[in-house]
Ligand binder design. Structure first.
Ligand SMILES: [Zn+2]
Length: 124
């Protein structure tokens, strides 16, 4: 909402006068006889401001899949122990190394990256 309000007062005694501020010939003030005027223009305006805030909390972490982790441990440690027990020489070394490499890649699958997003409501 907006608007203007104009008030005219006597320039000498400040008496409020009910006259058009655009008059070229000012009548004398009824209190003091002065023709000086003090014109005040008051303007009012209203502005509406709207805002909003939204927040997202992101939590990222790594957890382990127990099944894949167990399989990795079995392949690397138990596989190496059993192959050295059952085999000997280069065959034992190669089988142990192969099981360790496979166990390593199986171990990579055990790591599970979790991204947890939590949205908060808008504030107005
Ligand atoms: Zn006056």
């Amino acid at each position: 909402m907006s608007g203007t309000k104009t008030t005219v007062r006597c320039g000498e005694c400040r008496t409020l006068l009910h006259e058009d501020p655009g008059l070229t010939e000012k009548p004398p003030c009824p209190e003091c006889g002065s023709t000086r005027r003090d014109v005040a223009v008051e303007m009012t305006a209203t502005a509406n401001v709207y805002g909003s805030i939204s927040m997202v909390r992101v939590r990222e972490y790594v957890t382990h899949d127990v099944l894949w982790l167990s399989l990795s441990v079995v392949l690397t440690i138990v596989g190496a122990v059993v192959s050295t027990w059952l085999l000997s020489g280069w065959a034992s070394f190669v089988i142990s190394l192969a099981l360790a490499v496979v166990g390593f890649f199986v171990g990579l699958r055990a790591a599970v990256r979790v991204i947890d997003r939590e949205h908060f409501g808008r504030l107005r």
